[in-house]
Design a protein around this ligand. Structure first.
Ligand code: EPS
Length: 382
């Protein structure tokens, strides 16, 4: 089974990840991983940290001469900010500076401190930080490079920033190119301007901003996941992974929450057959029915709450004095919704990859290609 772990604190030496269960024989271009890491650092109104970092993946094991060898893949991403935190974060002789005792509402600070018995809430925030998503983006890029061998394509965008929605209506290649180059991940220039104005206004007030991100995956073969057991359902696994991303509070697939308002006849996608192929007139299901991919594009949306660090902080209680005070201010982003779209693409990519290998085997790419081709041939006769 494909799985991965990450480790590392936001101001520690580095982030690391281990991927277990990758088949052999897959060419991995480190440049592509680094491009994804670069994308994750983009977006309007990121914080000061992104000026310090130039995230790059160093492969430590599992890849030889560019190809996976079937062993666990491990990688590291250096934290360039570590030099500024070495004394505070040292594993043996850490100095007691920049301690955090005023938990931020909305962050893991207070509950994490209670749960793990920390008197310095830095021990919580260092790991809870969204910096960890850099490791997940590197993992996702590796999995996506395997899926590209089967012509599976990923597209991501921001649907909304705060209350401002991208008014674009056509989602073709041109749109995704524009969205990728937009600082707020939008296709429409008019909506982009409105979103930037909204962020500027929020920033001036010491506020933070959330939004909705979307990933669309095309050419996913029919039948990934299964209706037969709850934990094999593709939508369930996608929702789990999407929800695990820092600051995500809602996930939907296809029409999602909108479908609940409509009548059945305007929700379900009618089935057609022509030129030896089944197809649908619409894709309200977002490419998944009965926990399985149905061959239509998979569409996943996730709602990101505003980042909990506010430059005009909310009230909290100091864990030492128990007095009401303002929450601590850690350097942060005003808006990281664009980055979140890159992260969503990575974590959903992982789930597609996991289901793909579960269906077609996971020893070596040649065997997987044979299994894939014979399956495609069989269902083409159905
Ligand atoms: C982030 C790195 C962090 C934060 C941010 C995301 O770096 P630092 O704490 O040094 O500024 O900028 O983390 C959070 C939003 C959070 O709530 O922890 C990154 O690499 O994306």
């Amino acid at each position: 089974m494909l799985r991965y772990f990450t480790a590392g604190e936001t101001h520690g030496k580095c982030l690391t990840a281990i991927i277990e269960g990758m088949p052999s024989g897959v060419f991995i271009d480190v440049q592509k991983i680094n491009e994804a890491l670069h994308d994750r650092q983009q977006g309007y109104a990121r914080g000061g940290r992104m000026k310090i970092e130039t995230d790059k993946a160093e492969i430590l094991s599992g890849i030889r001469n560019g190809y996976t060898i079937g062993s666990p893949i491990s990688l590291r991403i250096e934290n360039r900010d570590w030099v500024n935190w070495e004394k505070i974060m040292d594993s043996q002789n850490a100095v007691s500076e920049k301690t955090v005792t005023a938990p931020r509402p909305g962050h893991a600070d207070l509950t994490g401190g209670l749960k793990y018995n920390h008197r310095d809430l830095r021990n919580v925030l260092e790991r809870a930080s969204a910096r960890e998503t850099a490791a997940r983006v590197a993992v996702g890029s590796i999995i996506k490079q395997m899926l590209e061998q089967f012509d599976i394509k990923f597209y991501s965008r921001c649907v909304s920033i705060g209350p401002v929605f991208d008014e674009s209506k056509i989602f073709d290649d041109e749109f995704y190119k524009r969205a990728k180059n937009s600082p707020v991940g939008f296709g429409s220039e008019k909506s982009e301007k409105e979103a930037i104005a909204f962020i500027d206004n929020a920033k001036a007030k010491g506020e933070s901003v959330g939004g909705i991100v979307e990933v669309r995956i095309c050419n996913v073969p029919i039948g990934l996941g299964s209706y037969a057991q709850y934990d094999r359902k593709l939508d369930a696994n996608i929702a789990f992974s999407a929800m695990s991303v820092q600051a995500i509070k809602g996930v939907e697939i296809g029409d999602g929450f909108e479908a609940a308002k409509k009548l059945g006849s305007s929700v379900h996608d009618e089935i057609y057959y022509s030129n030896g192929k089944y197809s649908r007139g619409t894709n309200n299901a977002g490419g998944i029915e009965g926990g399985m991919s149905n061959g239509e594009p998979i569409i996943v949306r996730a709602a990101m709450k505003p980042i909990p660090t506010l430059y005009t902080p909310l009230n909290t209680v100091d864990i030492n004095t128990k007095e009401t005070k303002k929450a601590s201010v850690e350097r942060s982003d005003t808006c990281a919704v664009y980055a979140c779209s890159v992260v969503l693409e990575a974590v959903v990519g992982f789930e597609i990859g996991k289901a793909f290998l579960e269906k077609f085997g996971n020893d070596t790419l040649v065997d997987i290609k044979n299994a894939y081709n014979s399956y495609i041939e069989r269902i083409s006769q159905y």
